[in-house]
Design a protein around this ligand. Sequence first.
Ligand code: ATP
Length: 446
Amino acid sequence: MAQRMERLLPTDTVTLLRHIGEAGDALDCPTYVVGGLARDLLLGRPSSDIDVMVEGDAQALGRRLAEELEAELECDDRFLTCKLILKSRRPIDVATARSEIYEHPGALPKVQRATATDELGRRDFSINALAIRLNARHFGKVLDPFGGSDDIRAGVLRVLHENSFADDPTRVFRAIRFAGRYRLSLEERTHQWALAAIASGAVDGISVERRRQEIIAILSEPRPAGCLALLAEYGGLRFIDAALRVTPEVERVVERIAELVSQELPGLRAGEAADDEESWPESWMLYAAALMEQLGDERAALACRRLRLTAAATKQIVAAVEHSRRSATAMAEPDEVPASRIYQAFVGMPLSAPILALALAPSPQARSRIRGYLGTLRRVTADITGDDLLAEGYSSGPAFAEALRAGLGAKLDGRADTREEQLRVALTVLQQHAGTDALGGPNQEG
Ligand code: ATP
């Protein structure tokens, strides 16, 4: 494994892992890297989160490393853990190998030191119950007491024991996430136990908060289409809305969003001011919208409430559900569509709406128009303001907004490049209003 670590991990990560192993040697503690990094190395994938486990005092190791690496240290005495924050801000979690005894279901666990194998035995799946030794003499040696490597080779996800899902029903969602991410199938008995956990109502007993976290985690996968199909297969979509289906069309749109998120959106977003960041939806909101689009906006809003999503997330999702398909169709019009109409189709909406419209758009022309909006049009502003109209002797009123919009529209369509030309367009609108509304005309004294 040491060679694979050198090949898959950045040099500074390997140096850091060796350093941690040497600190473990100094304290005479068997020291391991566990969790996602161990799993991903065995899957042949690069990974970055460092979770360290020691058979011994994690906090003593943490203090030593904090000093040597000039890192910050936060300790949690209840769980015998600590967190190092390196100067680069990279976090490293360090935990004592422990076992937890629940004196009765629902009670807080009693934590006590244990062996690495005991610790791994508390994990959810065999692929997560792997550890890689860091001590110098054994660097790279794999500890695999539950057959995780064999399961990786066989392409299966396996829980460690029959009661795993009953002990912690959130593992059903985790199973879906890992199986979808790594394209594993649930090992036969794991599959049956997952179905039993769902049938028994154990999954319904998960708090709304945790359920929301798990569903967001699934939707935050870089390519969640496979996870959504599994969520449907295991009946988990009902926690969002019982009527939801993962049709081939939903899968196609989700895949399309994944491509947009990884390839196109970063470019369309380039140059964005930092304070505009929050108007960009997180990728999970786009996938949620793609899924909920089949419900319509009112029912999608109810689903967001059922999951207790934040107001900001709900706004992004519901706007995309409400507007994207109609806008995508409008943008596919074969005749020329002026830039001002493209702008009007999306202005004022959360960006999830044009992004989902881009994923739904039926033609290259429609896509290019929506890209135009996201990349440039949405940032265009008029060169005139209400003050310019006031200076022309008009009193502010409802016609102002329309006049300014007309000035901007003329700029977008290339009919009014200069300030003066935009002002002329805006004044024409105000004059038309003045013809029908005496209050809208220029002030007598102006
Ligand atoms: P990701 O790549 O999504 O971050 P991860 O496995 O690294 O996955 P966590 O969800 O933080 O990230 O879990 C870290 C480790 O803790 C897992 O590898 C697993 O061994 C263990 N773990 C987390 N949640 C549970 C759980 N509900 N039951 C048992 N073990 C768990």
